[in-house]
Design a protein around this ligand. Structure first.
Ligand SMILES: [Zn+2]
Length: 425
């Protein structure tokens, strides 16, 4: 019923409606595309097999996959892709790639779902199911996307959907520790991808930017000294304390993050004994903004504040990079990327499936997913969500089961629209 209503609305707006911000952008989706027999078959397949999909989702969630230890989950994904008849390879980092060759003449589309989780080995991953929800660490981020991706690929194969372009379904590794798996694969396959769709985040998100994230450890060191002889001696703790106060005085542009910027001092460490000046004191900085110029400016100011504090206290300072994800640009800087059909296609697909964006903009110029690796390399790239859910990266993580239907159908419609159905509409 919801689908029928949205078809009517779309048809009314599309050909005759006034040009609004939403209809200004080019799209590769049309309701007619969704009505093609093979596309309908693929969508029906999802409905008919949804309980199996949920079982697989649970199974995937219960396979431990901390970043850098994704092998077991990767082996499961590899096996399933193999059974599906995809051309499967596993690269040296552990990314699992299932290629579905097209009939020719179409673009190459990559769907990427990261397999790794933030939960260390030994975490209880047992999934419980109650009131339409699944509960377990990692069930939402990002096991839901891995399950959706496999289910969508299975549906497309079962329906025999003929596509011009190649479609690559990739289970990626090490997303949570700096988008390393996707970055590596893109570097190894330069020029091979026309569009990249990361599967991550809550259902309904369409992101075409890249949030810059700089993680640093600011380290202050000195000779140390017994308390009795400490008066007037260089003090790493005083330098660190002064620096922390100083960096929180750095003015930030008005507006909310991520268009503006945020940063946080998260971990403080130093000293071993009560009765001495510590030889080393450190703190971490997590700096985030989508603006590549602003992030560099702020990073320089933070480092300069540390250097000044170290100088004043007579101690040494060094910054150690913990992780660095490049920023993709503000909404203004990315205006041309918003105009790429990839973005509006994703928005139109969600609307067609009955998703209501409410009053918020349907697509935003941020993101901290595998799509970032595409954005900063100039590849048209977005991320789209998986299901409803919340509390990701905590032990009380949960996901809404029903919404994964839309999350999965969205992948099928994106595949049909972006890789282009052979023979056309
Ligand atoms: Zn994620």
């Amino acid at each position: 019923m919801r689908i029928q209503i949205s078809i009517i609305v779309v048809l009314l707006i599309w050909p005759v409606g006034p040009m609004t911000a939403q209809t200004d952008y080019p799209t590769k989706f049309s309701p007619q595309l969704a009505q093609l027999p093979a596309v309908r078959d693929a969508l029906s397949y999802v409905e008919a097999n949804f309980e199996q999909q949920v079982s697989e989702w649970i199974r995937i969630t219960e396979i431990p996959a901390p970043s850098r230890q994704e092998d077991e989950r990767g082996e499961y994904v590899r096996g399933q892709m193999d059974e599906l008849g995809l051309e499967v390879t596993v690269d040296s980092m552990g990314n699992v790639i299932g290629r579905r060759p097209g009939t020719g003449g179409g673009p190459t589309i990559v769907f990427a779902a990261h397999m790794d989780t933030v939960h260390p080995r030994g975490t209880d991953l047992t999934v419980s199911r109650e009131s339409g929800r699944l509960h377990a660490p990692g069930v939402f981020d990002n096991s839901a996307s891995v399950a959706n991706m496999l289910a969508a690929a299975r549906a497309i194969q079962a329906a025999g959907l003929m596509l011009k372009g190649d479609v690559l379904f990739i289970g990626t590794v090490q997303e949570e520790i700096g988008i390393d798996g996707m970055s590596y694969w893109l570097d190894q396959n330069e020029g091979a991808v026309d569009m990249l769709v990361a599967l991550d985040g809550g259902l309904g998100s369409v992101q075409y930017g890249a949030l810059g994230i700089y993680w640093s450890s600011m380290q202050f060191s000195g000779q140390g000294s017994h308390t009795l002889s400490s008066r007037g001696r260089p003090h790493p703790a005083k330098a660190a304390a002064r620096c922390i106060l100083d960096i929180y005085q750095i003015p930030l542009p008005s507006g909310d993050a991520p268009a503006s910027a945020v940063y946080n001092v998260g971990i403080l460490r130093g000293g071993y004994v009560v009765n001495a000046i510590p030889q080393e004191v450190s703190f971490t900085v997590d700096l985030r903004t989508v603006d590549p110029i602003l992030i560099e400016e702020l990073d320089s100011l933070i480092v300069a504040a540390c250097e000044a504090a170290a100088r004043d206290e007579g101690v040494y300072f060094q910054r150690e990079w913990l992780s660095r994800t490049e920023a993709g640009g503000t909404a203004e800087q990315l205006a041309d990327r918003r105009a790429h059909p990839l973005v509006q296609t994703a928005v139109d697909v969600l609307r067609y499936l009955g998703y209501d964006f409410g009053s918020r903009p349907p697509a935003v110029a941020t993101g901290s997913t595998d799509a970032n690796a595409g954005v900063v390399r100039g590849i048209p790239a977005i991320s789209v969500g998986r299901s409803g859910g919340g509390d990701q990266h905590t032990l009380s993580e949960w996901a809404d089961i029903e919404s994964a239907r839309i999350g999965t159908k969205q992948i099928i419609l994106l595949t049909a629209a972006l890789a282009e159905v052979a023979g056309g509409i």
